[in-house]
Write a protein that binds this ligand. Sequence first.
Ligand code: MFK
Length: 627
Amino acid sequence: MKVEEGFQPVNVFHTLSVHILNFGYSRAQRPYMEGNPFTTDTVLPSLLKRLATSQAFDEISEDLERFGSVVLTTLRDLSSKTFEPKLVQYNQWGQRVDELQTSEGWRGLKAKMQEEGIIGIFYERRHKELSRVHGFMKQLIATADTEVIFCPLSMTDGSARVTELLGTPEMKKDLFPRLTSRDPEVAYTAGQWMTERPGGSDVSQTETVATHIPNAWSPFGPVYSLNGFKWFSSATDSDIALALARTGPPNSGSRGLSLFLIPLRFPIIRLSGAPRPSALTNNIKIHRLKNKFGTKVLPTAELSLEESEAYLLGPLNQGVKHIAPVLNITRVHSAVSSVGYIRRSLAIATAYSKVRAINGGTQLLKDAPLHVAELAKAHLTYRALTHFVFGAVLLLGKTECGVATEEEELRLRLLTPAIKGFAADKASSVIEECMTALGGQGYMEETGIGHNLQDAMAEKIWEGTVTVLSLDIVRAASEPGVLQAFISWAEHIITSCPSELSRQVPASLTLLRTALQEIASIYAPPIVPLVQRPALFIFSYAASALYLLEHAIWVFNVGEKSPDVDLEVFRRWVEENSLQSAIEDARRSRKDSPKRSAMNAKIVYGNELEAVAASDALLEGRLRAQL
Ligand code: MFK
């Protein structure tokens, strides 16, 4: 069904009925109407136009416009039919069954997204390197209406990429087409299991042990038996999982881990539409579903592997390196989701401002400059994040299609952890602002903003917190050529700015250059430990500003509408946001870092640490005296 701009079918009847009711209740509020999430968006159509050829733009924008109405109708309807999963461990005969019951809505959302080509679009590569942009724009407009269905789909995406890169010929023939299928009867999903009880994000403490079974054979690779406990397994209703397990000695840290493909159910290859056997068929026991703050519809479980069959993927003891494509792809998904939650919250807050009467009914909120000023700030963040995230998305597409330059591949390595950490960090405060923009109505569950906020919080944690990601940027920056690839690109963007534009924003360009110098100096070894996290913010503010500038330059050069708006967004993002304070934060952290760390400990723990140290010294003294 074609939906006209600004027209939302699902709410039409609702709105009409409200108007009818209004005859009796003249003081009832007017509900807002969300427009098509693609055509009414302030960023996506113009961004797509810059990135795509005109034919690709026509095809992709047509699909996104159609999908926009699917989001407002079918997906919203399916979301309303979701509920929390339930685990039934035993049947009435006392037998262990580990049945995971998910809702009709959850299964429907998964099937609908598979039909829509999430994951298919990414691997069919119909629009070559733009395929990632296409698929991720679909994800962005759907995120806030799909109950975190992108969590298992993101891991499926990462697993498809690892299979494509490292899989045996049989994996490529039998599994890859299922992981990327658009047919829900055929399509498989995959999980990624790294986290364990002792280590959390620190995989060096992985306890799961893999034992080679010498006489066993599988077309999927060398057969191992896995024993261990996986602590946060989010795709427990999937078909396969990628996991790390120890193949080296117990004290070998993360360098003794290998990557395995684990079937969640046997037979691993099933006929189209065949029933899905229990995970017990591969000795996987589901012990408990996690009681999470948000993402409640997503079945995240604690499970044990007890002599579970698995196949080695890639070389022995290089598991972390070879699971990295999954991490990097899921991090891009996470960044897109963060922006997706902002998009919908902002769409609601903006739509509300157009209908909410104020000042005794003489004005609408949209006419109140004080209110619009806050909305503009939130829109600024949305614009900066969207351009930033899609800068990385384009590079991912280019890399996967083999058309990225070496510099672009290196830049992607640096951008990936940055977009994930930065977008997640910014999302919750913008969503909160959108909630308050509706007053009491924003706090009501019906708007869905609170639900978005709960789900968006997970993006700050899963696949690495901001601190873990800031360490990954340090890891990436230490690789030869990576930082230089970013700096060269940044300088190219700045120098390509036409003088007519640069004359209007001299202070922004100066501050941006200062930030680049700061970045180059921070990441030159030795790196001061306290600066690593502030550095993620300088890097992200600067990189997102550069993407905004790149867009403003394009708008100006090709004569698109409103070049003044894009330039002003760039200017405000650099001068009126937190780039300057991020630079100052980093400088403070670099200066006298040990003294600052010691004082930090005192601020946090008071004299507790000194007291512990003193009592340790006392104890040691007594022990020595006894000897
Ligand atoms: C929306 C869904 C919500 C669901 C709710 C669930 C709530 C969340 C539950 C959770 O479990 S949250 C915690 C999730 N855990 C993580 O996200 C893992 C975070 N940890 C990391 O990312 C660590 O950085 C990592 C495990 C990857 C690093 O481990 P190591 O052992 O310290 O890595 P090391 O030794 O530095 O690197 C090993 C190799 O991998 C190196 O290559 P070489 O062998 O050639 O030297 C690295 O360069 C490479 N490598 C590491 N990270 C890479 C990478 N290569 C490319 N990209 C990367 N990102």
